[in-house]
Ligand binder design. Structure first.
Ligand code: ADP
Ligand code: AMP
Length: 218
């Protein structure tokens, strides 16, 4: 099964992706994680991407499309994957379609996690991430058992450099202008499923899980 998980920054894509990939045995491919790893390693891609990420802009389509073209061609994707944070523009969605046709693969579902802008600002500014295993927490809504320590691996938690109020506002604007048109794009293809992401994490997951189970059995 090949699934796209979309939604504004902070909607809970990463949080839900962790649960979905476990339940449905899918590979988790997050373009944000790929880019952050490249930035950390200071690769040529990372150096180029950092400039865009720091100001809350999307990295150029061509760059991200090439990364995903290579990633999806790897044999580990054959068992199914969840794409988290890609596509984010109509151009990326069209490129994805072409890549999948070339690879003889097909998209099974597009899930949009929907949350209001006010809630997103609270979620993003309170987000903390484990430096070692990448698990995501929230200071108020999903805190670790011990402050600043990961429940799973005891790693230290950090705040992403793009989770500041100003950058978050820019990212939300970019989402509205560049990513929102994707909803109509996928609605027209009958692949689209919207879930109200303002509810507790487990309730959101229940809806997504029920929908994917249906798609899987079709
Ligand atoms: P995204 O990957 O879409 O940017 P995350 O999964 O990182 O979003 O979630 C953003 C923040 O909101 C994190 O701090 C996470 O713990 C918190 N969060 C995720 N889902 C919920 C929810 N349903 N209710 C409250 N907080 C949530
Ligand atoms: P995320 O972790 O999904 O919030 O992404 C963090 C940042 O990485 C974004 O603000 C963008 O700068 C960049 N990014 C991630 N995915 C994409 C994408 N599909 N297209 C362009 N830029 C992306």
């Amino acid at each position: 099964m090949l699934v796209v998980l979309m939604g504004p920054p902070g909607a809970g894509k990463g949080t839900q992706a962790e649960k979905i990939t476990k339940e449905f045995a899918l590979l988790h491919i997050s373009t944000g994680d790929i880019l952050r790893a490249a930035v950390k390693e200071k690769t040529p891609l990372g150096i180029k991407a950092k400039e865009y990420m720091d100001r809350g802009a999307l990295v150029p389509d061509e760059l991200i499309i090439n990364i995903m073209k290579d990633r999806l061609a790897k044999p580990d994707c054959a068992g199914g994957a969840l794409l988290d944070g890609f596509p984010r523009t109509v151009e990326q969605a069209e490129a994805l379609e072409n890549v999948l046709t070339d690879l003889n693969m097909e998209l099974d579902a597009v899930i949009n996690v929907d949350v209001s802008a006010d809630e997103l600002i609270d979620r993003l500014t309170g987000r903390r991430v484990c430096r070692s295993c990448g698990t995501t927490y929230h200071l108020k809504f999903n805190p670790p058992r011990v402050r600043s320590i990961c429940d799973h691996c005891s790693g230290g938690l950090y705040q992403r450099s793009d989770d500041t109020v100003d950058t978050v506002k820019e990212r939300l604007e970019v989402y509205g202008k560049q990513t929102l048109p994707l909803i109509e794009y996928y609605q027209r293809k009958n692949l689209y499923f919207a879930v109200d992401g303002s509810r507790p994490i487990d309730e959101v997951f229940e809806d997504i899980s029920a929908y994917l189970q249906e798609r899987k059995e079709e």
